[in-house]
Design a protein around this ligand. Sequence first.
Ligand SMILES: Nc1nc2c(c(=O)[nH]1)N[C@H]1C(S)=C(S)[C@@H](COP(=O)(O)OP(=O)(O)OC[C@H]3O[C@@H](n4cnc5c(N)ncnc54)[C@H](O)[C@@H]3O)O[C@H]1N2
Ligand code: MOO
Length: 635
Amino acid sequence: MSKKRNLYLNTIPVDEAREKYLKAVSELLTMPAERIPVTESLGRVTMSAVYARYSSPLFNASAMDGIAVSAKDTEGATETSPVILQENMYTVVDTGDPVHNPYDAVIMAEDIVETDDGVRITSSAAPWQHIRPIGEDIVAGEMILPGSHKIRAIDIGVLLSAGILEIDVVKKPDVAIFPTGTEIIEPGEEIKEGSILESNSRMFENMVTTMGGNGHRFPPIKDDYDEILSKVSDAADKYDMVIINAGSSAGTEDYTVHVLRELGEVIVHGVAIKPGKPVILAMVKNKPVIGLPGYPVSAYIGFENFVAPLLSIMGRRNEAVNEQIEAHISKRIVSSLKHKEYVRVKVGKVGDKFVAAPLARGAGAAMSLVRADGFCVIEQSSEGVEAGEKVKIELYRNKNEVENTIVIIGSHDLILDITADMMPGKYNNMFVSSTHVGSMGGLMSLKRGEAHMAPIHLLDEETGQYNVPYVKRLFKEPMAIIKGVNRIQGIMVKKGNPLGIKGIEDLENPDVRYVNRQRGAGTRVLLDYKLKQLGMDSEKINGYDREMATHMAVAAAVASESADAGMGVLSAARAMGLDFIEVAYEEYDFAAPVRFLELPHIKAFTDIIKSPEFKKELDRLGGYTSDASGRIVLV
Ligand SMILES: Nc1nc2c(c(=O)[nH]1)N[C@H]1C(S)=C(S)[C@@H](COP(=O)(O)OP(=O)(O)OC[C@H]3O[C@@H](n4cnc5c(N)ncnc54)[C@H](O)[C@@H]3O)O[C@H]1N2
Ligand code: MOO
């Protein structure tokens, strides 16, 4: 096979692609039955209706502890003229005991008095009172469960009561999963330049399990046409479906589509969806074979859109669809008419509205899926949405959890991760979600009603005071500052400080490749303040325009080949094994509207930052003092 690029330029709309494919493979999706013990059938799907073998109860049974009697023997009994039942006129029964002829009623133990002459009763018994007749619950021959029903715990109980021990269920679809790519290594293997740790197939395997199938994951196959061909051909004989991962686009070693064309028929290659464009929908030896793109988010979204619907049909399961809510989007999203786009969002409820903050959009950003609470789906016919616009969100987290989450938007600090970690452990069903847009960005979000709190560290050049002047200037409504921590800011440099940087002054050295924070970030404001104090010119700093969004991103850049210095907090420098030159202590606080201070999750948050456990964590990280943490200052 020559190194030929495979330039597919035409994509078709998602719904059209799915419909076309489902039509082509519709005959191939019927799974046979499998007979299994009822006791092992939880979550399986009934092949056909199930009928009761026995009735329940199997006999007329007493519903109470007491005596079984003939109703006619009790006629006329009242308080004033009790009836005495002699020993041969009743029998003692417990709940569940059979009641035989001639008895046709049960009197509760509380309603009888034993006397020397027999049992005295003071009211008559109605025929069949306190008796559960044969078949009261289940009648032999009646339908207990319909076909295509997902078996629940209660169903198992009833099936067994009805005398059923084994049941025909739909066989689980067996899905072969092949990761491909010469650069792909198994987790645990030695990492070399260019290696990518194999992860997608494990994600697929578990997505298949969640959908009620069996995933059979194979070790990675090298980018070798013949090897891919023989493995896929073999798997199409043995499995109900095959997934091939990566090699789906235009790379010189992207063989998947060629292999599938040789082995069978490619029905669709290229769908107007982002991420997920180069999906391949094919058929080999009468089995559905799907090629999913290599990027993790593309792989996930491709699976959800094309593999999941097939598994639903094969397994006859009506999967619960994600709950939909309406939310206000916090940032403008521009999207192309060329595709339908799945934008991952964090969702929170602030006041009485849901707000959604878009996360990283790259197809390689698997963490965007981990962090997301849902998707904002931008239809192909839309060019995007404006900030503040109402959008539909497919939630994939519980709505109740979203409602109990504090939404924090602003400057990043590791203490946000610590509170997010401590919150649900200390306070049941309360969560912290933070999005990092810098201090000014956070205040703007707060003003637009998109967040409960904004973490900020903004130095006012005129007064030399932190935070309060900014909040005073920007807000009309009553505001508070919840005191956070004092933290040391400094210059992070490579271990051993090879360029001998001593302070801000040295950043003018053209050999020092600096990496900056974005405009509006408190760290950037601090740098600019210091430059002004020192009479320095930002234009002389090599890399002043190179912007990163968090302390950790700056630290990672300094730890790599690409930069020598960047400003940030000590904890980030330590996390990356960097040296640190102290510049100044600053106040990192939380701005919040006064009206939110009484919310239970805000109070919980304030309690956490006051707690000794929290202080212990700060000591561990280093570079913080926290005397005022949790104190509320009205602005
Ligand atoms: N010239 C063009 N290049 C690309 C196009 C295009 O239209 N023209 N499409 C881009 C899009 S969109 C996507 S999505 C990707 C799809 O890539 P492939 O499916 O061909 O996959 P690879 O290139 O082999 O890998 C992409 C990426 O994913 C990593 N990967 C692969 N397998 C795994 C795995 N099992 N576990 C974890 N990560 C995996 C791989 O190492 C790469 O980093 O193509 C664009 N290119
Ligand atoms: O389809 Mo690709 O996933 O857009 O990046």
